[in-house]
Design a protein around this ligand. Sequence first.
Ligand SMILES: [Zn+2]
Length: 164
Amino acid sequence: MTEIDDENFMRAALKIATEKGSDPSLSPIGCVIVLDGQIIAAERNQVSENRDVTAHAEIMAMRSAGKHFTDGELRDAVLYTTLQPCGMCTMASIWSKVRRIVYGAGRDDVHRMYFEARHVNTLDFIADAYRDDLSIEGGVLREECAALYYGPGDHPPESEQGNI
Ligand SMILES: [Zn+2]
């Protein structure tokens, strides 16, 4: 997987993220899962429309991608997401057996409301996992991805700040 491939797949994640608009109030987070150079799942955050707090883009994409595997485990797949995954999606990624997670905007690029814990970081989850065949890297199309979200210094409406 080259840098250009990573950017192309991140563009696909951006496209699905913004399918219904790009305003931060819509939480436009997108995820694509890639196997052998092909996108096998592309989903966006659907928490509000499904009234399902677990309907994050990554979870939706993992559910969809599972159909391509006999046991539902996403071995050798790569997960691209426009925003560093939350704790739930990071843990699900570990269980899913994907081999690589690539994200766009990182924790420091966005408002703290996007993460559930003050100090626990996705990167630590991966570093502490028993699995040592899973890697995570961020910053692919960082600016384009970060532009979709409230920034660290923004003051989003209180009703949108789910975790705070
Ligand atoms: Zn998540």
